[in-house]
Design a protein around this ligand. Structure first.
Ligand SMILES: [Fe+2]
Length: 416
């Protein structure tokens, strides 16, 4: 007996209580500037808010690409003192965060500007929180433990996926333990952001696809969540519509500014949707695959998603059919309210995701996955979902293993 034996009805009661807490939480979404030229508006905002000393947190690749220098000079031209911390790597660890904290303290930074993807934005959040507190990064793990707030954080996302510019979460890696942990706190909400499509045109097609599929996972899982709200449902549907319309376009032509802007907006809306409604088993499994086999987060989600959705087909047919309609997949069935109509549309939606993966060159199996790892991955995914995600149905260990097993490379699956 113990936590593992916690029955689904009790979990449901807990998650319903959780939902009523979320309903009254005072979310303050960041001020959001949009479109070509919005970077300049964000930089003006920083200076007008009288933040004179700014730590610009980014990664070295973006510096090498020449993306960061113009932002730094423009902010300096507006009168701010700006120093760059560019040692953030994918899946940032505590050492990278502490080095950023030391830099911020030397500068006596009054604000942080994050320029980058999810890893950079998450690292910037934790650097900002650590600058206000002597608490260790590990001690902030979990929910509502960032008591002393965060330095004002401004964000220029360079990918359209995590939505981290509008979420209260940051993920930190502990590579030596092969795991990641999340810090979730209202204090981690950025102050303002600019969704500038021009910052995303250099993103390679594979990264465009993987990050876009991450945003799609946020939209779908938040929509299927039993803790979805009217506003999150609307945002999930709109994000799904935009991704269905623009992801393949941006993948084909990275300089398509309309497509880039649409995806940035989608990622932002999906970020707000899952901040309130949560995600689900796709993320729970993908986190395990990321930690064990170093699969990038978006890629792992994209691979896991068709299997988890197919498993939820019965429970979630109506919601999946709504998502299919948002994605423009409904034709004659669009008005059919029968369950057959919904199931047909839901299946078409899952098939659309499979086809998108295929067109992006995203494999359907995890080559590094081994049968001996399946039980532990299933256990960890179930543990992550328990008390965290209001999934359509809670899995038994056997059900979880059965879904994970479908990701085994073909030969391994044949052996089992
Ligand atoms: Fe995600």
């Amino acid at each position: 007996m113990g936590q593992n034996s916690m029955k689904a009805p009790l979990l449901r009661v807990y998650m319903t209580l959780f939902n009523s807490v979320v309903a009254v939480l005072p979310f303050r979404w960041p001020q959001c500037y949009e479109g070509v030229g919005s970077t300049a508006l964000l930089l003006q905002h920083i200076v007008q808010a009288e933040h004179q000393r700014v730590l610009l947190v980014t990664d070295n690749q973006l510096v090498q690409l020449g993306l960061v220098a113009p932002i730094q000079s423009e902010l300096q031209r507006l009168g701010a003192v700006v120093e760059i911390y560019d040692a953030v790597l994918p899946d940032p660890d505590i050492a990278q965060i502490e080095a950023g904290v030391a830099h911020a303290q030397r500068l006596n930074a009054e604000a942080i500007l994050a320029v980058g993807g999810g890893s950079v934005i998450d690292a910037a959040k934790v650097i900002g929180a650590r600058c206000k507190s002597t608490k260790s990064v590990q001690a902030m793990a979990g929910m509502f433990k960032v008591w002393r707030g965060m330095l004002p954080l401004f964000v220029l996302p360079t990918t359209a996926g995590t939505g981290s510019e509008t979420t209260i979460a940051a993920v930190v890696s502990e590579p030596e333990l092969q795991r990641k942990f999340a810090i979730m706190d209202l204090h981690l909400m950025p102050t303002a952001t600019a969704l500038d499509p021009e910052l995303m045109i250099g993103l390679p097609p594979a990264v465009t696809a993987a990050t876009g599929m991450d945003a799609l996972t946020h939209a779908i899982e938040s929509y299927l969540s039993r803790n979805a709200f009217a506003d999150t449902r609307e945002k999930s549907l709109e994000a799904t519509r935009l991704i269905a319309m623009y992801l393949e376009r941006a993948y084909q032509d990275g300089t398509d500014l309309e497509a880039r802007a649409g995806l940035a907006k989608a990622s932002h809306l999906a970020g707000q949707a899952f901040t309130k409604a949560g995600v689900g088993y796709v993320h729970a499994i993908a986190h395990q695959l990321g930690a064990r086999y170093h699969l990038p987060h978006g890629l792992a989600n994209a691979m896991v998603m068709p299997y988890v959705l197919a498993d939820a087909l019965r429970e979630s047919a109506q919601q999946l059919a709504q998502l299919a309609r948002a994605a423009g997949l409904a034709s004659t069935e669009s008005n059919a309210q029968s369950s057959e109509g919904d199931i047909a549309l839901a299946m078409r939606f899952i098939e659309k995701i499979r086809l998108m993966n295929e067109s992006f060159g995203i494999p359907s199996k995890v080559s590094a996955l081994q049968e001996k790892d399946v039980p532990a991955i299933a256990t960890a995914a179930r543990a992550e979902a328990r008390f965290t995600y209001a999934v359509p149905k809670y899995w038994s260990q056997a059900e979880a293993e059965q879904v994970v097993r479908q990701l085994l490379p073909v030969n391994a699956a044949e052996i089992t």
